[in-house]
Ligand binder design. Structure first.
Ligand code: CA
Length: 302
């Protein structure tokens, strides 16, 4: 090999090596976060509620516009209004934007079950009865009241999760829910984009027999959370509204509104509604057999 050829070969290898390094140092998305410990709360009567600690991190929330959206985006407002009313547009999910979660929080490993709801509220409004099935027929106000009573019960009884001081319980924000659902996966579902795998993770109308199922029977996501896709839609704390654009930190949604956010799809809905980005909304005072919730636990800071 001549010197010139040798120099060319070395230069080429060096160029490829630099290319690989730059590629590695410049990913399309920055993924941090993950999980910490697990904790079990004793609600009495042999009823427990388990939580997993979700660590701070960043993720992309929402759905990118498709070429079809860009086409529709150039249409007059009246036509765009019609398009927004179509079910498959995912218009509510835009713009896709970067979110940073700065504080750790504990997420309920499952949806709140009927046994858990009864232990705290003393009643069970569900249509599909079963101690381990998710509670449904609960409106947003009921879910918030459950969290309030759980906070009170835990502080008074001392049977709580062992955090000192006693923690507070509340609904997750929509961003916390979304972050926990994806568990680091930017795909359509927590396991990626292959819809054929959804049946292993979720109860939707395709496999539910049109009923809820006991929580935790399907595969958990990478952070150990069950039924984030399907079974029942889950109330979040936010008012429903358009997403912000750009980079946001610990978003809590609009300051006012007429409906509250629900996430994750249900036993009664098409698998597309169970996507990580899928959004739903409902009047906070209205209940339905499709709607349940899960609880978020935080260290008390005040
Ligand atoms: Ca669910």
């Amino acid at each position: 090999m001549s010197n010139r050829r040798r120099i060319t070969a070395v230069a080429l290898i060096a160029l490829i090596a630099i290319g690989v390094m730059v590629w590695g140092l410049w990913p399309g998305e920055i993924w941090t976060g993950g999980v910490g410990g697990r904790m079990k709360l004793d609600l009495g009567g042999e009823v427990t509620m388990e939580f997993v600690e979700i660590l701070p991190g960043e993720f992309m929330m929402g759905t990118d516009p498709t070429l079809r959206d860009i086409f529709w985006g150039g249409m007059p407002a009246a036509i765009q209004g019609y398009r927004r009313s179509l079910p498959d547009t995912y218009e509510w999910e835009r713009p896709r934007h970067r979110v940073r979660i700065t504080k750790p929080f504990w997420m309920g490993v499952t949806e709140v079950t009927q046994a858990q709801y009864e232990a705290v509220m003393g009643k069970n409004p569900s249509s599909f009865k079963g101690a381990d099935n998710p509670v449904e027929n609960v409106n947003w106000d009921n879910a918030v009241e459950f969290c309030r009573r759980l906070t009170e019960k835990d502080a008074n009884s001392g049977v709580g999760a062992g955090l000192k001081p006693a923690p507070i319980f509340r609904l997750p924000t929509e961003a916390e829910w979304d972050y926990a659902c994806r568990a680091g996966n930017p795909g359509e579902w927590c396991f990626g984009d292959n819809e054929a795998m959804l049946g292993s993770y979720a109860w939707c109308n395709a496999n539910s027999g049109l009923a809820t199922h006991p929580v935790g029977l399907k595969m958990p996501n990478a952070w150990g959370l069950y039924d984030m896709h399907g079974n029942v839609w889950e109330w979040c704390s936010d008012w429903f509204g358009d997403y912000p654009s750009g980079f946001v930190t610990d978003p809590t949604g609009p300051s006012s509104g007429s409906s509250r956010v629900l996430r994750g799809g249900s036993w009664n809905h098409n698998p597309r509604y169970a996507r990580s980005s899928s959004r739903n909304r409902f009047t906070p005072t209205a209940a339905d057999a499709n709607y349940g919730f899960r609880v978020c636990m935080l260290a008390r800071t005040e």
